[in-house]
Design a protein around this ligand. Structure first.
Ligand SMILES: *Cc1c(COP(=O)(O)O)cnc(C)c1O
Length: 340
């Protein structure tokens, strides 16, 4: 039975092109800076995201962490969405390891942080207060694309208020493809951006952090300190090159498949689709609470992996190992559960 895994876009297996690239990769010791494949990848990333420099790391959690550590000092504060990955899903790393305190506020319906509200949270220069240093945004946020106009405003706002702007762009390529713009149009608006290679872009491991040369040099020091200095990392970088060169435009297929899946599921009375969040490769659905476990195990028995929480919230993510046929089959399997 072929498995259709809709839990996340992190589950993709490296394709033949990536495996071949790994086998052919010229390797060195990246901690000495002499792995040619890592160097080529980092140059390609810096060019792609229109920054001076880039650094490869094993995970997006680590790139976000070293970004915060490089931008902020102990006793500083960063403003971040209450549902943001950086704040909620990274073990509180910035606070634990960096002494950087988060100040959260809720994302609005568009997945952004309203700047008038951010403004109110910036602390005055006063001995009582932590120093507000940085604004962290996320794009995509739960699959929603951050509007370019908002990013331009956020850039100006952070400049005027003496803040640094970091973007958790784990899925920023999905945003660029959806907007039909070069990703640099997005990343030029921020001081630093973290991008995952291991999600829709299909690499097995890896994330990249981009920014100015000085910032990246600082982040590189932090990466070493938190254990992210990897040796023959060209094996990973080779897949990152394939990811950036070959797997970006095809994200449009994932978006179309998500749309197709949502439309098919909408015909099931028990399921509610959150259309407002359906912009890229994520379908957010609500299923009756009483059946969350039964539905998940029914689907699993038919080869469809779903993640559903206790509130009945189900996130289905399309990616390069999920075809049009697969989403049709998944919708059928879910439909059969309610109408056997
Ligand atoms: C996946 C993800 C990350 C990083 O996750 P890792 O699993 O550590 O690579 C960061 N931010 C967002 C929004 C993500 O979805």
């Amino acid at each position: 039975m072929t498995v259709i895994d809709l839990r996340s876009d992190t589950v993709t297996r490296p394709g033949q092109r990536m495996l071949d690239a790994m086998c052919a990769a010229e390797l060195g010791d990246d901690v000495y800076g002499d792995d040619p494949t890592v160097n080529r990848f980092e140059e390609l990333a810096a060019e792609t995201f229109a920054t001076e420099a880039a650094v490869l790391a094993p995970t997006g959690t680590q790139t976000n962490l070293i970004a915060l550590l490089a931008h902020c000092q102990r006793g500083d504060e960063y403003i971040v969405g209450g549902d943001a990955h950086t704040y909620k899903y990274e073990g509180g790393g910035a606070a634990v390891l960096g002494g950087i305190q988060p100040q959260t506020l809720p994302f609005d319906e568009q997945g952004v942080l309203p700047l008038d509200q951010v403004k109110k949270l910036i602390k005055e220069d006063d001995t009582h207060f932590a120093r507000t240093r940085l604004l962290a945004l996320e794009n995509t946020q739960h699959g929603r694309v951050v509007p370019l106009a908002y990013l331009q405003q956020a850039r100006q706002f952070t400049r005027e208020n003496g803040l640094t702007l970091h973007l958790d762009g784990a899925r920023v390529m999905n945003a660029a493809v959806k907007l039909g713009v070069p990703v640099a149009d997005i990343t030029r608006q921020v001081d630093s951006v973290s991008v995952c290679l291991s999600k829709g872009l299909g690499a097995p491991v890896g994330s990249v952090l981009c920014g100015t040369a000085a910032f990246v040099a600082e982040a590189r020091k932090w990466r070493k300190m938190v254990g992210g200095g990897m040796r023959q990392a060209g094996l990973i970088a080779a897949t990152g090159i394939v990811a950036l060169e070959e797997n970006v435009q095809r994200l449009a297929e994932d978006h179309a498949n998500a749309e197709h899946l949502a439309t098919a599921l909408e015909s099931i009375d028990e399921i509610e689709i959150n259309r407002n969040w359906l912009e890229t490769n994520m379908v957010w659905a609500t299923v009756p609470r009483a059946v969350t476990e039964q539905l998940a195990s029914h689907a699993a028995a038919q080869g469809v992996k779903l993640s559903i929480n206790r509130e009945g919230r189900c996130r289905m993510v399309t990616h390069l190992d999920v075809s049009r046929q697969d989403v049709e089959k998944a919708a059928e399997v879910i439909g059969d559960f309610f109408r056997p």
